[in-house]
Design a binder for this molecule. Structure first.
Ligand code: SF4
Length: 368
């Protein structure tokens, strides 16, 4: 990552510290920016009269806001960098600090992928038609990458990105429209702050008139989640390298096969550990209790385990047959191979117990 081309927008934070006459603040930065943290602490301490304590635990999202523990330390304000505000209350005054990346890649390398994806979406749309279809016909014609039968109403290009590249979206929208695409920047639900924003656990801007997607960002964390959630073709353009790729169906199929294998591995499981995330934006207590009651209805045991961080060394030793995760949805999807016992999502538990049918398509575990 080229840190020199990132803009860390600290001005509002400095003003807020001075206006509030804060003496102790906590700085929370994502993993990829931790190397710069000490430099930022120096800048804040030089420009204001506040002392800064770094919240040095791992931080992967705004779901993970510093909360009451720092209050006990006397921290008056939390400066949270690189993520946007969510629909949660950590109980601490928090200043969100935008980090933007100035790289502005050419669209040319991604155009052939977008053309191919639009043709695929058109076929799905045309095959839909108005004629009533039998269930089998509908499944054959509308089936998306994760096996659902959702109908399309249009083949618009959904333009999305990760947070440090969202400022590029309006200019990209114009360039892609000039290249002949009908572009929409989707508006998501309350967990998302900006148009076109996606999180690893939330793709709520997906609508039936979007036929395919372009993601501006790097890595495959968001692309995997987006395709698992929407089932739609996804092109990726990396602002750091200018390279264009696509999320392949083979990759998604491999993940789905792994998920199905884990469901099968749970068929004879009698005792489950149900993980509840203690982080403010990951805590799904009601869902965890629903899973426990569901297990009990099926004559099985569910033990509620609350954790701030989830890792194999923290849970593998419990005498249970499998785990159901209600904390960050990506722990089960991305990290399952690290665990000695099956680690499944709430939807996957419902399939295991026969409450939901895999045949209706895979359901991504979204936090709304
Ligand atoms: S994907 Fe996980 S870490 Fe990222 S915002 Fe969602 S809950 Fe938090």
């Amino acid at each position: 990552m080229d840190l020199n081309r990132h803009d860390f927008q600290l001005e509002e934070l400095m003003t807020r510290i001075k206006d509030g006459d804060h003496r102790l603040i906590a700085l929370q930065v994502p993993e990829g920016l931790k190397m710069q943290a000490l430099e930022m602490m120096d800048t804040i301490e030089t420009d204001t009269s506040a002392k800064v304590v770094l919240a040095a635990d791992p931080c992967y999202g705004a779901c993970d806001l510093v909360h009451d523990k720092m209050q006990m330390m006397g921290v008056e304000l939390v400066a949270h960098m690189g993520h946007s505000q969510m629909n949660i209350d950590s109980g601490m005054p928090t200043q969100f600090i935008d980090v933007t990346y100035e790289g502005d890649p050419e669209i040319q390398p991604v155009l052939h992928i977008l053309h191919a994806h639009r043709e695929g979406a058109k076929k799905r749309l045309e095959n839909g038609g108005d004629a009533p279809l039998s269930e089998e016909e509908a499944q054959e014609r509308f089936l998306d990458a994760v096996g659902r039968t959702a109908a399309l109403t249009d083949v618009k290009l959904g333009l999305v990105g990760s947070i440090q590249h969202l400022h590029l979206l309006p200019a990209f929208c114009e360039r892609l429209e000039a290249a002949g695409f009908d572009v929409t920047i989707p508006l998501g639900g309350a967990r998302l702050t900006f148009p076109g924003q996606v999180l690893g656990c939330n793709y709520s801007g997906d609508y039936n008139d979007i036929g395919h997607y372009l993601f501006l960002g790097s890595g495959d964390f968001h692309p995997i989640g987006l395709v698992l959630h929407t089932g739609k073709p996804l092109a990726m353009l990396d602002p750091y390298t200018g390279e264009a790729t696509e999320m392949s169906l083979q990759r998604i199929e491999r993940i789905l096969r792994q998920r199905f294998g884990l469901i099968m591995a749970c068929q004879d499981a009698e005792r489950y550990g149900i993980l509840i995330g203690e982080k403010p934006g990951q805590m799904r207590r009601t869902l965890a209790l629903r899973m426990k009651r569901m297990l009990e209805r099926h004559g099985k045991k569910g033990y509620l385990l609350a954790l701030e961080h989830v890792g194999p060394e923290l849970i593998d030793f419990y005498p249970v047959d499998a785990f159901v995760n209600t904390a960050c949805p990506r722990i089960a999807i991305d990290d399952a191979v690290k665990y000695a016992k099956p680690l499944i999502t709430p939807f996957e538990l419902e399939v295991t117990l026969g409450e939901k049918d895999w045949g209706e398509g895979y359901r991504f575990d979204e936090i709304p």
